[in-house]
Design a binder for this molecule. Structure first.
Ligand SMILES: NC(=O)C1=CN([C@@H]2O[C@H](COP(=O)(O)OP(=O)(O)OC[C@H]3O[C@@H](n4cnc5c(N)ncnc54)[C@H](OP(=O)(O)O)[C@@H]3O)[C@@H](O)[C@H]2O)C=CC1
Ligand SMILES: C[C@H]1O[C@H](OP(=O)(O)OP(=O)(O)OC[C@H]2O[C@@H](n3cnc4c(=O)[nH]c(N)nc43)[C@H](O)[C@@H]2O)[C@@H](O)[C@@H](O)C1=O
Length: 314
C-alpha cells in the first residue's frame, strides 16, 4: 500500500466536471477546507472526450491532483435510451483523463464510479468484493461497464507504474446543482420538480415511475464531497471504496417524503410501464467507516435543503 500523500493547501487540484452535482460540491468542500489552487474548466472550454485537447491541457496546466467528476450521467430512462452515449463518452473521458494525468506528472487521481457497477443480484449490503461476480442490471449495464473499466484502469496504472490512482463508488446522490430534467434525471430531482410543478399548478395527481417497490440508498452530495476529499487526503490503495449513507428507502417511501417536503397534497399514480431497475442497491460502506469517515446529513434534512435551493434558483 502506498502511503497517502499529504496535500498542501496550495496544491494544484483539477476538479473535472466542476459545474455538475458532484464537482460543484467537491469545489465547495475544497474551498471550505482552505484549498486555494483549483483548476476548473467547463465542458465548452475543454471537451474531455477530445484526446489532444486533454493532452495539451495537462501539458500546460500541470495539475498535481485530479478529481474526475466529469461524466455522461443520467437516470434509469437516459441510461436505457442512450446506451451508446453512456458507454462511449464515459470510456473516452476517463481514458483521456486518467492516461494524461499519469503521463504528465499528476501525483494522485481520484476516479468516481457508481454503485451500478455491482451485479443486479449482489448480496446486500453490497461489499466491494461483489464486483464482477454476476450479471449487471440491464438498464444501466453500458454505463456500468465503462465505470468498471475506469476502476480497472486505475488499478492497472497502480500495479504497472506504482501510480497513485484511487476509485470511490458513490451510491445514488442528490443535492444542489442536480439535473432536474423531467425524463433524463435521477428519481429524486425528477420527483421534486414534478411535485413542485403540480403544487404550483394545483394538479390533482402526480405520476411516479415503476411499482414503487425498488429500494435505494441516498446520500447528500455534500457528504459525498466530504468523503471524496477525505479519501484524497487519507487513502492510497488498490481497492475501490464504497461511499453510502447505510440507509435505504423504497421508491414509494421516497415519493411520500418528497411529496411532504414539497407540500403537494394530491395523489400518486404509479406508471408500471416504466422500468424498476435494480430491485435493491444498498452498499456496505464499512471500509470507509473503518478509515474514520461517516455521513452527517439525514435524508429529510437533505431534502429540505435541496428543495430550498431548488425554489430559489429555478
Ligand atoms: N448523480 C448521482 O446520483 C451519482 C453520480 N455518480 C458519479 O459522480 C460523477 C459526477 O456525476 P454528477 O455530478 O451527478 O453528474 P453531472 O451530470 O451533474 O455533472 C457531470 C459534469 O461533467 C461534465 N461533462 C460531461 N461531459 C463532458 C465532457 N465531454 N467534457 C467536459 N466535461 C464534461 C458536465 O458538463 P456539461 O453539463 O456542460 O456537459 C458536468 O459538469 C460521475 O462520474 C457519476 O458517475 C456516482 C453515483 C451516483
Ligand atoms: C445512480 C444510478 O442511477 C441509475 O439507476 P437507478 O438507481 O435505477 O436510478 P433512477 O434514480 O433513475 O431510478 C430509481 C428508481 O426510481 C424510479 N422512479 C420513479 N419515478 C421516477 C422518475 O420520475 N424518474 C426516474 N429517473 N426514476 C423514477 C425508477 O423507476 C427506479 O425504480 C443508473 O441508471 C445509474 O445512473 C446509476 O449509477
Amino acid at each position: 500500500m502506498l502511503a497517502a500523500s499529504k496535500l498542501d493547501k496550495s496544491a494544484k487540484i483539477f476538479v473535472a466536471g466542476h459545474r455538475g452535482l458532484v464537482g460543484s460540491a467537491v469545489v465547495r468542500r475544497l474551498r471550505t477546507l482552505g484549498y486555494t489552487n483549483l483548476i476548473l474548466r467547463s465542458h465548452s472550454e475543454l471537451d474531455l472526450t477530445n484526446q489532444s485537447a486533454v493532452k495539451t491541457f495537462f501539458t500546460i496546466e500541470k495539475p498535481q491532483y485530479v478529481i474526475l467528476a466529469a461524466a455522461k450521467v443520467g437516470g434509469i430512462h437516459a441510461n436505457n435510451t442512450y446506451p451508446a452515449d453512456f458507454i462511449t463518452i464515459n470510456l473516452q473521458i476517463q481514458t483521456n483523463v486518467i492516461d494524461s494525468a499519469y503521463r504528465y506528472g499528476v501525483k494522485k487521481l481520484l476516479f468516481l464510479g457508481s454503485s451500478c457497477i455491482y451485479p443486479k443480484h449482489a448480496p446486500q449490503p453490497i461489499p466491494e468484493s461483489a464486483l464482477l461476480t454476476g450479471p449487471l442490471e440491464p438498464t444501466n449495464e453500458w454505463y456500468a461497464v465503462a465505470k468498471i473499466a475506469g476502476i480497472k484502469m486505475c488499478q492497472a496504472y497502480r500495479l504497472q507504474y506504482k501510480w497513485d490512482a484511487i476509485s470511490a463508488m458513490p451510491t445514488n446522490l442528490y443535492g444542489p446543482n442536480d439535473n432536474f430534467h423531467p425524463e433524463n434525471s435521477h428519481v429524486l430531482p425528477a420527483l421534486m420538480r414534478r411535485f413542485h410543478e403540480a403544487k404550483v399548478s394545483s394538479a390533482k395527481e402526480v405520476v411516479v415511475w415503476g411499482t414503487g417497490s425498488p429500494l435505494r440508498e441516498f446520500l447528500h452530495v455534500d457528504d459525498l464531497a466530504d468523503a471524496v476529499v477525505f479519501l484524497l487526503e487519507n487513502y492510497s490503495d488498490l481497492g475501490h471504496v464504497n461511499v453510502g449513507s447505510g440507509k435505504e428507502v423504497s421508491i414509494k417511501e421516497l415519493a411520500e417524503l418528497v411529496k411532504e417536503v414539497v407540500g403537494f397534497e394530491g395523489e400518486l399514480v404509479w406508471d408500471s410501464s416504466k422500468p424498476d431497475g435494480t430491485p435493491r442497491k444498498l452498499m456496505d460502506s464499512s471500509t470507509l467507516a473503518k478509515l474514520g469517515w461517516e455521513p452527517k446529513i439525514s435524508l429529510r434534512d437533505g431534502l429540505v435543503g435541496t428543495y430550498k435551493w431548488y425554489v430559489t434558483t429555478q
